[in-house]
Design a binder for this molecule. Structure first.
Ligand SMILES: Cc1cc2nc3c(=O)[nH]c(=O)nc-3n(C[C@H](O)[C@H](O)[C@H](O)COP(=O)(O)O)c2cc1C
Ligand SMILES: Nc1ncnc2c1ncn2[C@@H]1O[C@H](COP(=O)(O)OP(=O)(O)OP(=O)(O)O)[C@@H](O)[C@H]1O
Length: 279
């Protein structure tokens, strides 16, 4: 499957700090989480937030944490990236989100209490009137804040809290962790089902000297299982692609240097079969 590049051409509005938030914005509907991959469960939150925003005539803002909190905290969890911030913002925008607030997750942020996070970010910066999260959302120092905490803090902070039931597929909650596991196990069809679209890898082709090919450095991206694959390039032709165990990709074809986007379309992609690429 090939992405609809026309729909994605509109630049999403991305705020990277309080200084980027327009002072004229005195109220908003906010949804909060990492949202890596913007899977079908995430989409349910976004749709709920956008619906509340439209009903109230307010902007819908999505807070995404970057990097993944578990990575910053050194937790034993696969945090390989499913989506760049730009792609995440594009996907949110396509569902009606007006702005994406990228909150840099640092060890200092991790020490912030639930109360301070609400006062500082949700109320102080975004003037939230409604906050939408998943039923398993946690926040604040040691992750002790829950939907209940948010609800209680919202009563004095002037916002309503909306907990969305978790979307499940095949008996388990859809999660970014599951998508990463599917990819690692070579099940990119399963990943595509959870995402609701093919997994995309964005990188930059760097020609390699002494080698008839190019290298795509994507050190923190979630990749298909290591191996050699044959891929079809949009516009014609085939290339051979190698995914190495250390998380690199080699393209064995003299391709033009520059941005590269690859989508795993869920079809069989063992060597000898064909994949769809976008370059
Ligand atoms: C202010 C703040 C402090 C946090 N501190 C911790 C922490 O000390 N330990 C932890 O495991 N997670 C911490 N987190 C991460 C949350 O538990 C959670 O991963 C994050 O809010 C994203 O929610 P999600 O995982 O449901 O997307 C913190 C989050 C926030 C917003
Ligand atoms: N299956 C789901 N259905 C509905 N909401 C979800 C689902 N999974 C996560 N959420 C909510 O989406 C927001 C972002 O969650 P988060 O990015 O941590 O998702 P995740 O898939 O659990 O990620 P990871 O597996 O990396 O922990 C949170 O408010 C969370 O409660």
């Amino acid at each position: 499957m090939i992405a609809n590049l026309t729909a994605e051409a509109i630049p999403p509005r991305i705020w990277r700090g309080p200084e980027d938030v327009p002072p004229s914005m005195r109220a908003s509907v906010v949804t909060v989480g990492v949202f890596d991959g913007m899977h079908r469960g995430h989409a349910r939150l976004v749709d709920t937030a956008v619906r509340h925003a439209r009903e109230r005539g307010l902007p819908a803002v999505l807070i995404t944490f970057d990097p993944h909190p578990a990575q910053v905290l050194g937790l034993p969890k696969d945090t390989s990236r499913l989506s760049s911030l730009t792609h995440r913002a594009e996907l949110a925008r396509q569902r009606g989100i007006d702005a994406v607030y990228v909150l840099s997750f640092t060890s200092e942020r991790a020490r912030q209490s639930s109360e301070d996070f609400v006062d500082d970010v949700l109320v102080g910066t975004l003037h939230a009137k409604a906050v939408v999260v998943g039923a398993n959302f946690t926040f604040g120092h040691r992750g002790t804040g829950t939907v209940r905490t948010l609800h209680d803090l919202g009563q004095r902070g002037g916002f309503t809290t909306h907990a969305v039931p978790l979307l499940a597929d095949l008996g388990a909650a859809t999660s970014s962790t599951r998508v990463r596991r599917c990819l690692r196990n070579g099940d990119d069809g399963g990943a595509a089902v959870a995402l609701g679209r093919p997994h995309r890898i964005e990188g930059r082709l760097v020609p390699l000297e002494m080698y008839d090919g190019a290298f795509i450095p994507v050190p923190d991206s979630a990749l298909p299982a290591p191996g050699r694959y044959t891929a079809q390039v949009v516009g014609g032709g085939c290339v051979e692609l190698t995914v190495t165990v250390d998380g690199s990709m080699l393209v064995q074809s003299p391709l033009v240097a520059g941005p590269a986007t690859i989508e795993l379309d869920g079809k069989d992609y063992r060597v000898g079969s064909t994949r769809t690429f976008i370059f």
